[in-house]
Design a protein around this ligand. Sequence first.
Ligand code: FE2
Length: 565
Amino acid sequence: MKKDVVVLGIHDGHNAGAALIKNGAVLAALNEERLNNIKNFSGPPLGAIKKVCQIAGIDASEIDIIAMVGLLRTHAPIKERPFHTRLYERLTPYIHSHAFCNLLVKTLHRYRKMDELNRLFREMGIAEREIFFVEHHQAHAACAFYSRPWEGKTLVLTLDGAGDCLCSTVSTGDGTGMKRIASSTHYDSPSNNFYSEITGYFGLKRWEHEYKVMGLAPYGRPEYCIDEMKKLVRINPRKPLEFQNICGAYLTQIQSRLRKRLAEQRFDNIAAACQTYFEELVSQWVRNCIKETGINKLACAGGSFLNVKANKLIREMDEVEDAFFYPASDDGGTPVGAALEAYYRYCERESIEVQRCEMADLYYGIEYDDEQIEKALQKTGWESKASRIKDIEGEVASLLQQGKIIARFSGRDEWGPRALGNRSILADPRDLRVIRKINFAIKQRDFWMPFAPAILEERMDDYLIDARPARYMIEAFDTKGAASQIIAGLHPYDMTARPQTVNDWNPSYRRILTEFQGLTGVGGVLNTSFNLHGYPIVGTPEVALETLEQSDLDGLAIGNWLVMK
Ligand SMILES: [Fe+2]
């Protein structure tokens, strides 16, 4: 039987958002933070739900089913821990087990807060629709598995801090069927109880700033304190597809141990040890999973797969034939996964023929036209400094060549944590002085953090070792000598790059790169996300203009408008 099936996917926890899919294809997806400008907003994504319907041109009455991420709501770690959280932390080392986690999730699921969402469903006239609750790691797994760029047998891996009391899962999949064969509990999480705790030890935000530890790691030497890392978590020797907490402590208790054990250690060496041991753990886990299943094509998702250096090692492993890392691997990507999982479950039950769509571009968000932008320019008082440009791409390329730092707000928002050209800050990558300039322009940006290059896909072999299309900035590569042309887009210490190879999915953005190449001979530009430190990537023309105001950017290309300071 053939029938159109429309699914609304909702995540109301850490980095909440909504997605709308029709017959297995993503029509629209948006995180609430892009609307309310609160980074990693946690709560019902009431704005995003309405917005995805509007973007997709779908009337709410057309929605067949609703997919909710998580049996529980996933909250970010909090500084102030209430009594019951502290008690749970104390008890967990003694009571944790898969059976206990199952019972806890089942029990708490009955009390899952849905009142605000139910109110919205009534308002939208979809209160009677069936709701599929998709377990957190199943939503991550679904993102990667159903979007993978191949058919056939697949090893599906998820790894994150925690969600629905788990931190990792291992599944095997073929066609459109997936079967979980192993999982690790949140107590055994190498991400929460090791990597995120080291992040917290540095005074950085857990569940948000782990990438800063990764960026710092190449500057240090791991050997001074890697043994301390090894005392926290390991691969379970009796269950090689699971992680195991071996320190007998949880969350804040781990923090107090780190303070004693790492007191004499240098910060860069701690970061190096953290990243090195994390890579060792994940590589061994992947090796074990391949050995157990005999499957060497990997589809991966979960916040820990935003670690582009670990992804690089996985991709380069001899045992791995191919690896696909879902770009919106963090919890922000899960509304798509939940919607896909619900779509396949629903179609199977109703005997509806399914269609699988491989992922292509990730421009799932809102596009503002020139008239909407003009209104925003008038409202914010920028109109006098704005002009409508016929060849905006050529103009931007020329400004970059002159050493200007230009933000670009054009086309639809990217899905996931990476700016892929439409909500990006661009600069000439040839001169290292641009790094200092951008760090000052975007106030409080961390001085040690590298930038990334956007490279014309046909030039990737000139710059990258073992190049392959990398369109989502989710993998790192070693670079060749010619990459000195784009040196400001490399990690300044180990010279690796986390590139976006640009193909014809985004013709306007691509044209900026080809024009820049015409002017300079360089096949790439520096690309970093368009936001101020601590804020999400800009989501509206008003926020884009406000960011221009509050930064030292030279200009903003917004739609076909150019605003110069
Ligand atoms: Fe997660």
